[in-house]
Design a binder for this molecule. Sequence first.
Ligand code: SF4
Ligand code: SF4
Length: 89
Amino acid sequence: MVILLTKVIVIRPSRCIGCSTCALTCSLVHHGEFNPQRANIRIVRDDFAGRFELRFSSSCNECKQCARVCPSGALQLVELSGESGVNDR
Ligand code: SF4
Ligand code: SF4
C-alpha cells in the first residue's frame, strides 16, 4: 500500500484582509517583479459587501506559493491523504 499526500488550496474569501501579499508573491515567483498586475490571482474589493473576492486566472499553474504566504488563512494549504491499492491484496 502506498500513502499519497496531496496539498490543495482551501479558499476562504471572508478571511481576506486585502494585503496583496499573495499577488505580490505570485508576480515575483513567476515574473521576477513585485507587480500585482502580472499575478495569476486578483484581489477584488466589493465595497458594497465590505469584503474581498479572490479570483485565479486561467494561467495559474497551482504552484501554491500564494497560499504559503497568506497571513490570514484566506488561502490555506491543506493536506489530503489517500491510499493507492497497487500492492494491496
Ligand atoms: S497558485 Fe501559484 S500561479 Fe496560482 S495564483 Fe498562486 S502563486 Fe500564482
Ligand atoms: S488572500 Fe491572503 S495574502 Fe491574499 S490579499 Fe487576502 S489576506 Fe492577503
